[in-house]
Design a protein around this ligand. Structure first.
Ligand code: SF4
Ligand code: SF4
Length: 163
């Protein structure tokens, strides 16, 4: 079923675990698409808040795969250059790049780069120090064996999918 079958029953939004954190909730996302107002959706943070849990898709009485629609919206947001600046997509990007570099995620590196890109130098600093003290994150990045192969695979996938 396509988005055009949506009759705005709200079941997707009612079941979405992160709807309250979304700038535009799922059924409204569908509504804007139906009205041809894609830019509103693409420039919002909503596509990046989606957890891809597919609860909405299961609940939709019309069988619309809303989770897949959100996935497509992410791709379109990047391709069109409308992706919300400094949004979750930047963080996603930094995490993937960190994994490509080290073979595993360097949390400190990803968070530091994210905060620097947003010019929020000291945000979360206290929490970061606390996590360092508890040994939850390390000061250095550990490289994993086979990281070059993994990095090449990730780059290939990103090139092919345009993400
Ligand atoms: S559950 Fe399906 S029909 Fe209902 S609002 Fe969401 S997308 Fe539209
Ligand atoms: S797939 Fe995304 S939009 Fe659908 S219920 Fe899960 S988080 Fe919400």
């Amino acid at each position: 079923m396509t988005v055009s079958e949506c009759y705005q029953c709200c079941r997707c939004t009612n079941g979405c675990p992160v709807a309250s954190d979304m700038e535009i909730v799922p059924h409204r996302v569908m509504g804007y698409i139906l009205k041809g107002e894609r830019e509103k959706v693409l420039s919002s943070t909503s596509p990046w808040r989606c957890l891809q849990c597919a609860t909405c898709s299961i609940r939709c009485p019309n069988g619309i795969d809303i989770a897949h629609v959100f996935e497509i919206l992410r791709r379109l947001a990047i391709e069109s250059g409308l992706a919300a600046k400094g949004g979750t997509w930047c963080f996603d990007d930094l995490i993937i790049k960190s994994v490509a570099r080290h073979g595993r995620l360097s949390e400190l590196e990803a968070v530091t780069r994210y905060r620097l890109s947003n010019r929020e130098f000291l945000k979360d600093a206290a929490m970061g120090i606390d996590m360092l003290k508890r040994g939850r994150i390390g000061l250095t990045s550990h490289n994993v064996r086979g990281r070059k192969t993994l990095g090449a695979i990730i780059r290939e996938i990103r090139e092919r999918t345009g993400t």
